[in-house]
Design a protein around this ligand. Structure first.
Ligand SMILES: [Fe+2]
Length: 276
């Protein structure tokens, strides 16, 4: 085939798959090519605009290193990460809802004993976190592994402080026999996603802010159950309605108290679906 037109080039591109192409790859790429061609036709993209798009993606790649992942930020801010998560984790009655992992999770966090401090040496209002892990039928889960991580009261993660190497404001806990795990920490603050790169520039060009409401991340894993990755959000935060990554769900908003108020105990029960 040759002499392609604005219309016929799409079918031509779709006919180029070889017979040994993985079926799932064929399915995904067929849809991707169709939508991409329709997007170009619908918006009447000019060569200059297409080149600008390619330069934007190139810049995203150049911003990535072992601490910064610009493509995750792009996916998050366009709502795609939450869409993928919604398909993978549809939840169900009584099951703790999930949201995005975000870019600040780190491997091998410090081990924190129950009752320990997640934010040693960090000034600010303290809160007591008191949680329980249970199965969908309500049975407590002992020995669940829980990773927690959060921003400081100034809105920074440990990887954004000092040389970025020291671990703080994060830890790994285990649930006790009754499913409980507990620790104390500081009140997490709202913060901007890293906005000094191409994604931040895109948000500003779109007239959007880059803020996330204050939250504390949890990754709960237990044998025989589906894992839950989710944050708890600070009730009253002014960015709850406009989280830049679309991660807020009503069931995940809890009372952390205020910066000025008395020390607060945060209670939350994580309910995990049994693995199929
Ligand atoms: Fe976060």
């Amino acid at each position: 085939m040759r002499n392609f037109t604005e219309q016929s080039i799409t079918e031509a591109a779709l006919e180029r798959f070889g017979t040994d192409c993985d079926p799932r790859l064929r399915e995904v790429m067929t849809s991707f090519i169709r939508h991409l061609h329709d997007f170009v036709r619908e918006t009447r993209i000019t060569p200059d605009e297409w080149l600008k798009g390619i330069q934007f993606l190139t810049e995203c790649g150049e911003f990535c290193d072992d601490k910064r992942q610009e493509f995750i930020l792009l996916s998050d801010t366009l709502g795609v990460s939450m869409l993928v998560d919604a398909i993978e984790n549809p939840g169900g009655p009584g099951i703790t809802e999930s949201t995005v992992l975000g870019p600040f999770f780190r491997e091998n966090p410090p081990i924190v004993a129950n009752g320990g401090d997640l934010a040693p040496g960090i000034a600010g209002k303290r809160v007591d976190i008191d949680c329980r892990v249970s199965s969908e039928d309500g049975a407590p889960i002992a020995g669940a592994q829980i990773d927690c991580w959060q921003s400081s009261p100034d809105g920074f993660y440990d990887s954004q402080m000092g040389d970025g190497e020291a671990h703080n404001l994060r830890g790994r806990l285990k649930s006790e026999k009754d499913g409980r795990f507990w620790f104390n920490t500081t009140l997490p603050a709202s913060y901007p996603i890293p906005d000094d790169g191409p994604v931040g520039n895109l948000m500003r060009a779109m007239g959007r802010h880059c803020m996330r409401p204050g939250h504390l991340h949890f990754w709960v894993q237990a044998p025989g159950h589906r894992q839950v990755i989710t944050p708890l959000f600070v009730r009253g935060d002014k960015y709850l309605e406009s989280d830049v990554v679309f991660g807020v769900k009503d069931t995940l908003i809890v009372d952390f108290g205020t910066q000025q108020g008395p020390r607060q105990r945060v209670r939350y029960d994580f309910r995990l679906k049994k693995a199929a």
